[in-house]
Design a protein around this ligand. Structure first.
Ligand code: GLC
Length: 475
């Protein structure tokens, strides 16, 4: 095979999402930020992504890098490698272009997703196999890239990549990507004695495979790692068996993108006077929504799904506002139709105190973080959660359920050195009570201001978290 001389990369990230190219949630934010911070620390890093039919891909200069072909007894797939051309992102991105499989308007949600990500991984490795200088570490994110540690250890054609160390990060263990063994014919050839690495409960389970075959496994918080090991979930036994090579590392945030002093989405940027900054942004949102700006503003930003506590939100709003209209709610997100409809119903019932934007809107999200007094996160599961970190950087007090990464990053203001509002149960009673504590805190003006000043200066930048990944890479 023709060899390609490529720049020497020390760390390669593989993922399905990367902000600002393709994002549905926190995974995209992490993959769009961590490489930048690794580069800042002197590690040459690149990202591999599928080439989707999305806006970024149409508006940015890219170049053709390689053309390859994957063949086996049951498949013959042509792929192209496209590379980002400008340096706006702060790191190199290699895209795997397989028109029939990957070039689609959405990232996920197709019945052939297992095959799409299988061939994405296969093609990415096939291309790297041609490099003269092989990378030192492959860092794979979530189940979409969980087969890579298996492929390089056990597939004959990737013998030349066998020495590369792999880190596998679980951002959300709820999704395992499991698919039928009947699709195993599309994997590159491997010895059948290694089938066990792929199997979990008689299916091929890429999440389990990633955990079994990687050299090091991380979750995006320590709290979440404990929940995977001790809470009920289908892979619990596996997480316990692999504890020696696992660690929880709380995500950082990209403080260039999330900087209230320079944020291009904000008309009123942060100056020395934090309270003026909050006031001006709040006024803007309140004017647009017809809210009384003297009342506390509570926002929810995220996917409207059960996992994030979405099912609890409409009833919380109704219950709270039926007692007295002393708080305003603004909900931004999309997800389950039932929840969306219920929220619209809330706005119909309480137009002066509630507002909802159904959809994804990055600009509005930034504006809401800047405007809000409180951010509500009643998650049932939260491996890390980035929104509470964004909120704090913009002076918004998080109201969170004590779960996963929320437990690791928010301390109740009733505790020693606390600064947020925390509750234990995913119940409307607990949420309403917590919001009420928030309403009372809002009235204690000096204390409220002090907490605001305190959370804004907390350091949740990737500068801190990146050191922990570097420690692992060095191992
Ligand atoms: C997933 C998790 C979220 C985490 C993010 C980034 O979206 O649900 O908790 O913050 O990944 O790791």
């Amino acid at each position: 095979m023709e060899k390609l001389n490529c720049i020497m990369y020390q760390v390669i990230h593989f993922a399905a999402e990367c902000y600002p190219i393709a994002k549905t949630g926190g995974l995209g934010d992490v993959v769009g930020a961590l490489p930048k911070y690794l580069i800042k620390r002197g590690l040459h890093t690149a990202v591999f992504l599928p080439w989707y039919d999305q806006k970024w891909n149409h508006n940015n200069p890219v170049k053709h890098e390689w053309h390859g072909n994957l063949t086996g007894a049951n498949y013959n797939v042509n792929y192209e490698i496209i590379k980002s051309e400008n340096n706006n992102l702060g790191f190199d991105v290699f895209f795997v272009h397989i028109p029939d499989l990957l070039y689609r308007p959405n990232i996920y949600g197709y019945s052939d997703d297992p095959l799409r990500f299988l061939f994405f991984q296969h093609a990415a490795l096939d291309f790297i196999n041609t490099w003269d200088d092989k990378p030192g570490v492959f860092h794979c994110h979530d189940h979409h890239t969980g087969l890579i540690p298996f492929m390089i250890r056990h597939c004959y054609k990737f013998y030349g990549l066998q020495h590369i160390k792999t880190v596998f990060t679980i951002h959300n263990g709820l999704y395992t990507g499991a698919f039928s063994w009947s699709l195993s014919k599309y994997l590159p050839d491997f010895h059948e004695r290694n089938m066990g690495f792929l199997d979990w409960s008689d299916t091929i389970n890429p999440l389990a495979t990633g955990v079994k075959c990687c050299d090091y496994m991380t979750t995006v918080s320590e709290g979440y790692l404990d929940e995977l090991k001790f809470g009920e979930n289908p892979l619990q036994r596996l997480y316990n068996e692999t504890w020696m090579k696992s660690r929880g590392i709380v995500n950082g945030i990209d403080t260039d993108v999330w900087n209230p002093a320079t944020d291009p989405y904000l008309e009123n940027k942060m100056t020395k006077d934090i309270h003026e900054f909050k006031k001006a942004n709040k006024l803007q949102i309140c004017e647009a929504s017809g809210f009384d700006p003297y009342l506390p503003l509570v926002v929810f930003i995220g996917r409207l799904v059960s996992e994030k506590g979405g099912l609890l939100i409409p009833d919380t709003i109704k219950r709270y506002l039926s007692f007295g209209q002393n708080v305003n709610f603004y909900i931004l997100g999309s997800g389950v139709n039932y929840i969306e409809d219920q929220l619209k119903e809330c706005v119909y019932q309480f137009p002066k105190n509630s507002s909802v934007y159904i959809g994804y809107n990055e600009a509005l999200a930034h504006q809401l973080y800047a405007a809000a007094d409180f951010l509500l996160m009643p998650s049932l599961i939260e491996p890390c959660g980035l929104n509470q970190l964004y909120a704090m950087r913009y002076g918004t007090i998080p109201v969170v359920r004590r779960v996963g990464g929320l437990k690791d990053t928010v301390k109740d203001f009733g505790e020693w050195e606390g600064y947020g509002i925390c509750f234990n149960n995913a119940s409307i009673d607990d949420i309403v009570m917590s919001l009420y504590r928030g309403e009372l805190l809002h009235k204690e003006v000096e204390k409220f201001k002090w907490i605001r000043e305190y959370i804004i200066q907390l350091n949740y930048s990737w500068d801190v978290a990146v050191e922990k990944y570097i420690e692992i890479y060095k191992k």
